[in-house]
Design a binder for this molecule. Structure first.
Ligand SMILES: Cc1cc2nc3c(=O)[nH]c(=O)nc-3n(C[C@H](O)[C@H](O)[C@H](O)COP(=O)(O)OP(=O)(O)OC[C@H]3O[C@@H](n4cnc5c(N)ncnc54)[C@H](O)[C@@H]3O)c2cc1C
Length: 505
């Protein structure tokens, strides 16, 4: 056995929401804790997120008077969507949800507020306006030296768009800033950026530390109480996606450059861990960007999406994971068709889209007539014309008889309450190339209700815990509502640290 470079009570791999929530719980509980982050910046995909957080039955919804939220209604909703698949994990999540919020808000650096955002399925237990909440914006001055370590906003980081460095941190960055601040304020938290976990150190069947590649070479860090793997999924690995048949591509994922390539999952598998759900991700429509990547696209306020035959195949306003799955099942190429009225793409794109750049790059094409547009994108002209004519008829009636766009509360959330069916009838016409993108994979290490990583015989591997997109999410192929990736990640990270603490000798 080699020498330890440093000794901690808890070592956490990753620095997204799951990792930092776990790290904070460990450090606040008196444990010397290290956060290892592979890239130079903290936050992972979480820093890009809107940071809706789905943790039902907590004091935040209670403060906001969201009467239809409770652990019971959330259970009803999850059961309606998932049946009793993974019931133990569901119950563990529901039990921990209010407690993790209470714990996080007990730190003065962490503050949340409810924000209306409908859940993604019309199912029993759904709330009228949503139960998720967001972190309050954080003045950058409060972060001190940590400010330089928080990943910039997605528009800046992905597309090089300008950004006011003195602006308060918002959304995902506010969450990361707040958790990182609370963690370092404990005085027991070390943040080690540029440090990638490469393998686990196992002694007598117990994980006792990690090996990592640091800025100055390899390090070997002891973890007396446990290792928490919360290093995202494998969405940025083309090879692993292909092997596991995950829809979309490593180029079109929303994960930050150079981040989530599945190393933590591989390290655990090498130590005997079992995996599940490996073909799953949190999917979304992606608008192909001039650099060949994709922008998360949601909230359609016009336009329609056609497949390679020139026909619509789904309600474009479906919650993004559901639309992403429809796109994965459709025959490409896929295009968003819109007209001059929208003065740019009629949807929210993250990062923001610049029409001129798209037209110059050929990711959007423009034509005076639909027939010319069809020829340019290689779909049958008569089919496209018929599709648009039928869609325009629905717009005139205010009713989508084919796919019911605009009927659900989610569809109307982004349209100011209207049905969002706008006739495509004013040239020039435009087609934007669409692909299946994702917000991270959600297949990975199998865990028990205390986030202990399981082996192939369903036995916990002592000393090893995991949370967030490093794990096989108990939600399987369903994305129940805004904030489930972050909410479930934080809840299981919290449970992991509580389990470590109770197992201390
Ligand atoms: C635009 C956008 C909006 C979104 N909005 C929401 C939302 O509102 N609510 C919600 O719940 N979800 C949202 N999501 C999805 C969500 O952000 C992610 O699925 C979730 O944050 C993943 O969290 P995580 O902690 O598992 O991983 P991440 O936040 O991705 O963090 C993983 C970190 O681990 C690091 N890492 C990887 N390998 C190693 C290694 N070997 N050693 C050390 N570190 C390593 C990575 O560099 C990364 O920093 C959104 C995503 C996007 C892109």
């Amino acid at each position: 056995m080699g020498e330890w470079s440093d000794e901690y009570d808890v070592v956490v791999a990753g620095s997204g929401a799951a990792a930092l929530a776990g790290a904070l719980a460990a450090a606040a509980g008196g444990r010397r804790t290290a956060v290892l982050e592979k890239t130079a910046l903290l936050g992972g995909t979480t820093a890009y997120a809107g940071a809706s957080i789905w943790l039902p039955g907590s004091r935040v919804q209670e403060r906001a008077g969201i009467d239809d939220d409770s652990t019971e209604t959330a259970r009803t909703y999850l059961k309606a969507l998932l049946g009793d698949d993974a019931a133990e994990l569901r119950e563990a999540f529901l039990e921990a949800a209010p407690r993790v919020v209470e714990f996080l808000e007990s730190d003065p650096a962490v503050e949340f507020e409810w924000q209306a955002f409908p859940e993604y399925y019309d199912a029993p237990g759904r709330t009228a306006r949503g139960r998720s909440f967001v972190p309050k914006p954080l003045p950058i001055e409060r972060l001190g030296e940590l400010a330089a370590l928080v990943r910039p906003p997605v528009d800046r980081d992905r597309a090089g768009l300008s950004h006011d460095p003195s602006a308060p941190l918002a959304q995902g960055r506010a969450l990361i800033g707040r958790l990182a601040l609370a963690f370092t304020n404990t005085g027991r938290g070390d943040v080690r950026t540029g440090t990638a976990l490469t393998s686990l150190v196992v002694e007598d069947g117990r994980v006792v530390g990690v090996e990592a590649r640091g800025p100055d070479g390899p390090v070997r860090l002891r973890a007396r109480h446990g290792v928490l793997l919360a290093a995202g999924g494998f969405e940025s690995s083309a090879a692993l996606r292909e092997e596991r048949a995950v829809a979309g591509s490593a180029e079109w994922t929303m994960a930050p450059e150079g981040s989530n390539t599945g190393e933590a999952i591989a390290a655990a598998v090498a130590a005997g861990a079992a995996t599940g759900n490996l073909h799953e991700a949190w999917f979304c429509p992606g608008l192909v960007t001039p650099d060949g990547r994709a922008a998360f696209t949601l909230g359609f306020r016009g336009g329609l999406i056609v497949d390679g035959t020139g026909r619509r195949f789904a309600n474009e306003s479906l919650p993004y994971d559901r639309m992403g799955r429809e796109m994965a099942a459709a025959t490409g190429p896929l295009h968003l068709i819109f007209d001059a009225k929208s003065k740019g793409v009629p949807a929210i794109t993250i990062p923001a889209a610049d029409p001129e750049e798209h037209l110059a790059a050929g990711t959007w094409v423009k034509a005076g007539t639909l027939a010319e547009l069809a020829a340019k994108i290689g779909v049958p002209g008569d089919a496209l014309a018929a599709t648009v004519e039928r869609f325009n008829g629905f717009a005139a009636k205010g009713a989508d008889e084919d796919f019911h766009r605009g009927e659900d509360i989610y569809d109307r959330y982004f349209t100011g309450g209207g049905h969002g069916l706008v006739a495509v009838d004013e040239g020039p016409f435009c087609a934007a190339r669409m692909v299946v993108s994702d917000l991270g994979t959600k297949g990975g290490l199998r865990i028990d209700p205390d986030a202990r990583v399981l082996d192939a015989s369903d036995r916990p591997i002592p000393g090893l815990y995991a949370a967030g997109n490093t794990t096989a999410s108990f939600t399987g192929p369903i994305y129940p509502g805004p904030g489930v990736p972050i909410g479930t990640g934080m809840a299981f990270a919290y449970r992991a640290v509580q389990a470590m603490t109770s197992e201390e000798k």
